[in-house]
Write a protein that binds this ligand. Structure first.
Ligand code: CA
Length: 275
C-alpha cells in the first residue's frame, strides 16, 4: 500500500511537470469512438473542462480537439454521445444519431451550441486522434483478443492507450496474457500496462506490469475492467497480446481490499457492477 502511494505521488509529480491541472490527467473514460473522434470527460465528472483543459486533454493523448466536420464525419458512421463537448476553435456541441426526447431535442445531427465567447465555461471534450486507431478501444463482446499498437511490431514511444471492457451485468472478465514484452525497469515507470478492476483508471487498481514475464491471469470482481498502456519517450519493446473471456459467476463476497491468489490466477474479491 505504501509502495502504491509512493508511485501515485511519483506519477502526480510527473503529471504536474507536464502542466496538467488536477482532475485532468487521470481521466480515461472513452465512452465512444469513431473515425478518430472520441469523447472525453473530466475524471471529476461531466462538464468540468474549460476550453484550455479540454485542449490539453486531447493534446496529451497525441491528438487535438475535433473540428465540427470531424465530429460530423464520426456521427455519420454512428458516433452518438449525449453530452456537449468542446471542439476546435471554442465551439461546443454533441453528435446525435438516434433522435430521442431526452437528448438532442428530438433531432439528429450535431447539436451546435456555437462558438463560445466564455472559454471558462465547463463542458466535456471531443478529441480527434487519427493515429490512435489501434490504440485502445471499448469491448463488449463475450471474448476478444487485443494487442499493443502495431503488434507484432514493437509499440511506439509516447503512447497512451485505454481499453475498456464491459460485459453483461453479472458476468466477470477473465484476462489472460498471451504475449508480454514491455520495457523493463524496477518500478515500471518507463513503459507500463496497468490493470484496473473498474471502468476508469482511478478506482480498483490491480497492478502495473512491465518486463517480459507473463503476468498471471486476472479475474474481475464485476463486469467492467480498464487497461491503460503508457510509454515514455525512449526504448520500445515487443508489446503484448491479451485475451479476455467472460465467466458466468456469482460475485464472491470479500472485503474488497485484497487480491487473493489461487494458483496462477488473481481472483479479486469485492462486488460491484455497471449496467
Ligand atoms: Ca519506453
Amino acid at each position: 500500500m505504501i509502495a502504491l502511494i509512493f508511485f501515485s505521488v511519483l506519477l502526480w509529480d510527473k503529471a504536474e511537470a507536464w502542466g496538467f491541472k488536477d482532475g485532468v490527467l487521470h481521466n480515461s473514460i472513452w465512452l465512444e469512438r469513431a473515425a478518430g473522434v472520441y469523447h472525453r470527460e473530466s475524471r471529476t465528472g461531466k462538464y468540468q473542462l474549460t476550453y484550455a483543459e479540454a485542449k490539453a486533454v486531447c493534446e496529451y493523448e497525441g491528438g487535438h480537439l475535433a473540428t465540427y466536420q470531424q465530429l460530423e464525419a464520426a456521427r455519420k458512421i454512428g458516433f452518438h454521445v449525449c453530452a456537449a463537448g468542446w471542439m476546435a476553435k471554442g465551439r461546443v456541441g454533441y453528435p446525435i444519431v438516434k433522435a430521442g426526447p431526452n437528448c438532442g431535442f428530438g433531432k439528429t445531427g450535431i447539436v451546435d451550441y456555437g462558438i463560445r465567447l466564455n472559454r471558462s465555461e465547463r463542458w466535456d471534450a471531443y478529441c480527434y486522434n487519427p493515429n490512435g486507431k489501434e490504440c485502445g478501444g471499448i469491448f463488449t463482446d463475450s471474448k476478444h483478443v487485443f494487442k499493443s499498437p502495431g503488434y507484432p511490431n514493437e509499440y511506439e514511444n509516447e503512447q497512451i492507450c485505454y481499453w475498456h471492457i464491459r460485459v453483461k451485468y453479472g458476468q466477470r472478465i477473465h484476462l489472460q496474457f498471451l504475449e508480454f514484452d514491455v520495457e523493463d525497469d524496477t518500478a515500471c515507470m518507463a513503459d507500463f500496462l496497468e490493470v484496473y478492476d473498474s471502468y476508469d483508471d482511478i478506482n480498483g487498481f490491480v497492478g502495473r506490469f512491465c518486463g517480459d514475464e507473463l503476468p498471471d491471469d486476472i479475474i474481475s470482481t464485476g463486469n467492467v475492467m480498464t487497461l491503460k498502456f503508457l510509454t515514455d519517450a525512449s526504448v520500445t519493446a515487443g508489446g503484448f497480446q491479451i485475451r479476455y473471456v467472460t465467466m458466468d459467476m456469482p460475485s464472491k463476497s470479500g472485503d474488497g481490499k485484497n487480491t487473493t491468489s489461487h494458483g496462477k490466477t488473481n481472483f479479486l474479491s469485492g462486488k460491484f457492477g455497471i449496467m
